[in-house]
Structures are given as structure tokens and as C-alpha cells.
Design a protein around this ligand. Structure first.
Ligand SMILES: C[S@@+](CC[C@H](N)C(=O)[O-])C[C@H]1O[C@@H](n2cnc3c(N)ncnc32)[C@H](O)[C@@H]1O
Length: 198
């Protein structure tokens, strides 16, 4: 008996579970139906906070319902009806350099308008900001969906941008199936290295 290998989303939760602790402050950059927001809220409880973004009101409603149903205290999350590319304008300035993690789960909201997908330019801008806002040792996770129109281009651009990051400042991995269709989702993980005097 053995379990199937983890999906990209499951890998993102596994990687973050190793590091997150009660009291951490984190961002869900694409709240969608709130599965990742709930995962984060549980991982940082008690005393932590999740800041979550989405461009669709339906996502905020679904996420709020999910969190309340799981008895997550309302003081421990903030839901922003805004694109993640504006995270620097919405997050409290005191959090800059102090986020333990920032999660992205690209693509579209399951069951909703497929035209409202994440877009390459705003995704890259938001990921760049997320890295600036991470604490030393903080983690960025991005689940990429190359299967829908524009998703392949978005994933390719993201990977090229991440590949160019200085290994002195960041470590980055791509995790995913290698014998499935090339459209299978994959995970990109980046860890901001702790600064050391050289
Ligand atoms: C794959 S879904 C996210 C799934 C979600 N993390 C969950 O656990 O249910 C992608 C979400 O990204 C949202 N989105 C699209 N463009 C965005 C943007 N610029 N900023 C924030 N969210 C965006 C979509 O509305 C959609 O809800």
C-alpha cells in the first residue's frame, strides 16, 4: 500500500507546514474558494494573521464562509477585494520584511468566470513585491497551471524570472510530475535566505 505522490497544491501545504508556527503573519495572494486561506489560518493560529487577496467578490464571500464555518476567529484574518499586485499598498507598512510566507495559486476561480484569471504581468509584479515583504527565512509558494490559455506563458515567464534570482539571496525549487502531460500543475518554492555578513 502506498499513497499517490502529492499534487502541487499538497506540496505547497507540506512545504509551508514545516515552517509556519503560531503567531506568524502570512499572505494568501489568491484566496479563491478559501482552501489555502483556511490552511494558513490554522497553521498560524493562535496569535497569527492571514491577509488574503482576490479580485472577485465571490472569492471573498466563499472564503469568509469557509473560515467562519471552521471557527477561525475574525480577528485573525483580513480579506482584501483587490489584486495582489497592490499588496504593497494594502498591507500594514510595519509588515514589510516580516511575512513568514506568501502563497499564490494561479489561474481561475473554480466554478466561476474563466476570463478572470491571473495574468503574467501582474503576477510577476506581485511575486516581486512578495519577495520584498518576506522575512528572512520566509517562503513564497506559487502553484502554476500551464493547462489553460495563458497559463503556460505565465508559468514560463515566472520560472524565467525566478531562475534569475541571486542564489546568495534566495533558494528556489520547481516541484512537479515529470512523466505526466506538460500541462500538469507544478509548484515553485522560493526561500529568502537569512542575511549573513560576508
Ligand atoms: C486557482 S484560484 C485560487 C484557489 C484558492 N487559493 C483556494 O484555495 O481555493 C485563483 C484565484 O486567483 C484570483 N485572481 C485572479 N487575478 C488576481 C489578482 N490580480 N489578484 C488576486 N487574485 C487574483 C481569481 O479570482 C481566483 O479566485
Amino acid at each position: 500500500m502506498s499513497n499517490p505522490l502529492p499534487t502541487a497544491v499538497q506540496w505547497s501545504h507540506l512545504v509551508l507546514s514545516r515552517e509556519l508556527k503560531p503567531g506568524d503573519v502570512v499572505v494568501d495572494a489568491t484566496m479563491g474558494n478559501g482552501h489555502d486561506t483556511l490552511f494558513l489560518a490554522k497553521a498560524v493560529a493562535s496569535g497569527g494573521h492571514v491577509h488574503a487577496f482576490d479580485v472577485q467578490q465571490a472569492a471573498l464571500s466563499a472564503t469568509k464562509t469557509r473560515l467562519v464555518a471552521s471557527e477561525v476567529t475574525e480577528a485573525s484574518f483580513t480579506l482584501y477585494h483587490s489584486g495582489h499586485e497592490q499588496l504593497g499598498e494594502y498591507l500594514p507598512a510595519s509588515l514589510k520584511g516580516h511575512l513568514a510566507a506568501c502563497m499564490f495559486n494561479l489561474g481561475y476561480l473554480p466554478g466561476a468566470e474563466k476570463a478572470l484569471i491571473t495574468k503574467v504581468e501582474s503576477t510577476l509584479f506581485a511575486v516581486q513585491q512578495a519577495l520584498e515583504w518576506l522575512a528572512e527565512g520566509g517562503l513564497l509558494t506559487v502553484v502554476v497551471y500551464p493547462g489553460h490559455q495563458g497559463g503556460d506563458e505565465e508559468g514560463q515567464a515566472l520560472q524565467e524570472w525566478i531562475e534569475a534570482l541571486s542564489p546568495d539571496e534566495f533558494e528556489a525549487q520547481r516541484i512537479g510530475f515529470i512523466n505526466y502531460r506538460p500541462t500538469t500543475p507544478f509548484l515553485v518554492v522560493v526561500r529568502k535566505r537569512k542575511w549573513t555578513k560576508r
